[in-house]
Write a protein that binds this ligand. Structure first.
Ligand code: GLU
Length: 315
């Protein structure tokens, strides 16, 4: 019998509306949905629309229509992250008031000279003791205490933030809220108990844990999925020519997504109804086959896989 004191599983899919849904995002949506539904949990969709210059008009609708076409039924209403803006700014003000964050006036040129680590440039802490610049970003102070967690698929993870990323941006110089802050805030606001997402975001997790601790938020479980890569081994994305998943006939592509997620689909599964594919997937969902897997080849056409283009459906 379920333990009534245990929090109900709440998972989520949190796309940025920078283009239509491609195969890699479909895999993350399918996996996070199955993980939630196979535990009778909730599966939420959050539209991470916090970077307007990178968001073509209508991309959110394309993503939501694709999820519907694939039978990915989310619970409740889609949370548009832009509606959380005021709260995000209040959290940043609080971190600054507490001394955990500070204005940084370093210019792009100054930052370009920073040492680089595996996660990118490491901020040297130049503005920790103050900045006189008129336009500033806000950075979160970090320490070198290891920030670790046990990833449900990728095993133990740990980072020393100060030496591996340095103090990181939570509000950009152009005033926009940074991804790390928004995601930590809204995973908490939505009561997310487990985050299942692509492994390309695994390096961000310790920064999100650091924010959760400073803000007094609970830390969800994390499970990072292998990402789909093209023939050259590059993660599918708009910039590597990933195409929108077709929405006219979703069944074969849904089955391909299940196979890319390591699920042993029976022959003929794609010939049944969308509902029958989902009931099979829900009943047989076995995330353990993804343990320690970092990437899987994309079985669909991409510019780099050398297959023919589907033309106008490109994101
Ligand atoms: N919005 C992010 C993306 O589309 C994902 C955020 C997350 O899952 O934490 O890459």
């Amino acid at each position: 019998m379920a333990n009534p004191a245990a929090p109900r599983y709440v998972g989520r899919f949190a796309p940025s509306p920078t283009g239509a849904l491609h195969f890699g995002s479909l895999m993350a949506a399918v996996a996070s949905c199955l993980q939630a539904k196979s535990q009778n949990g909730l599966w939420l969709v959050r539209m991470e629309d916090i970077d307007p210059p990178r968001e073509p008009p209508g991309a959110d609708t394309l993503i939501l229509r694709a999820l519907e076409a694939y039978g990915l039924a989310w619970d409740g209403r889609v949370l548009y992250q832009s509606t959380q803006d005021q709260w995000h700014r209040e959290l940043i003000d609080r971190l600054v008031a507490e001394g955990s964050a500070y204005p940084c006036g370093c210019s792009r040129n100054e930052l370009a000279g920073a040492a680089r680590g595996p996660l990118g440039p490491i901020y040297a802490g130049t503005c920790r003791s103050g900045s006189t610049a008129s336009r500033t970003a806000i950075r979160l102070r970090t320490t070198d205490e290891p920030v670790g967690y046990e990833d449900l698929l990728q095993g133990p993870q740990s980072q020393r933030l100060e030496s591996e990323s340095g103090d990181f941006v939570i509000r950009r110089r152009d005033g926009l809220i940074a991804y790390q802050l928004a995601v930590a805030a809204d995973d908490s606001a939505q009561g997310i108990t487990e985050v299942m997402r692509g492994i390309d975001l695994m390096d961000s997790t310790p920064r999100q844990l650091h924010l959760q601790r400073l803000l007094g938020f609970a830390t969800p479980q994390y499970a990072h999925l292998p990402v789909a890569v093209d023939a050259r081994g590059r993660k599918l994305s708009k910039s590597t020519g990933a195409r929108a998943v077709p929405i006219g006939e979703p069944r074969p592509v849904l089955v391909r997504a299940l196979q890319a997620l390591g699920q042993a689909t029976p022959a003929g599964l794609a010939d049944g109804s969308l509902d029958s594919i989902w009931s099979w997937a829900r009943e047989h969902w076995t995330p353990a086959v993804l343990v320690s897997q970092r990437c899987v080849p994309c079985p669909l056409a991409t510019a780099e896989n050398g297959l023919s283009s589907s033309g106008s459906s490109s994101p």
